[in-house]
Design a protein around this ligand. Structure first.
Ligand code: SF4
Length: 159
């Protein structure tokens, strides 16, 4: 059965910047877990960033522009973590390729995992349309990326 990449925080792992999870209750997700199809992954922790860590946002664009060096991921304390975010995205892609994964459910609005929205880079709690760094790289490689709110669409696409 086809496996699905899922943001680790959505599965209850406390890997978010603030040490919390983003547990998402879903019968569809539970079925996939029971079937052994879910591959849990956190790009930021996989790239070596600690928990907790400073909040980060994409400044000057979106995940695609970070990948091409035209925008940056900056922590609230001013540290440029673009390299780590790109590394995390590449590691996510590697896992997808190794396990023939073509569908991912990633946490909406994260600078790594957001697939429809991200924050505007000003730490003002305002969202804009756009994808995070990992979502952008996966999409570029033909992987269908859905947020947790689109899990029914994801299930449809696996049929
Ligand atoms: S990088 Fe993705 S998986 Fe990791 S905590 Fe952020 S949203 Fe969750």
């Amino acid at each position: 059965m086809q496996k699905i990449l899922v943001s680790a925080c959505l599965l209850g792992n406390k890997v978010r910047y603030n040490g919390a999870d983003l547990f998402f209750e879903s019968p569809i997700l539970k079925t996939w877990i029971d079937q052994g199809r879910v591959v849990s992954f956190c790009p930021e922790v996989s790239a070596g960033l600690p928990v907790p860590r400073s909040a980060a946002e994409i400044c000057g664009g979106n995940g695609g522009l970070v990948l091409s060096g035209k925008a940056k991921v900056i922590e609230k304390n001013g540290t440029d973590v673009s390299k780590e975010f790109i590394n995390g995205a590449q590691l996510a892609l590697k896992v997808c390729k190794q396990q023939n994964i073509t569908v991912a459910i990633l946490a909406e609005s994260s600078p790594s995992c957001g697939s429809n929205t991200i924050y505007n880079g000003k730490f003002s709690n305002i969202k804009i349309a756009g994808s995070g760094v990992t979502s952008s790289l996966l999409k570029r490689h033909g992987i269908k990326v859905y947020s947790q709110y689109e899990i029914c669409k994801a299930a449809e696409s696996l049929k």
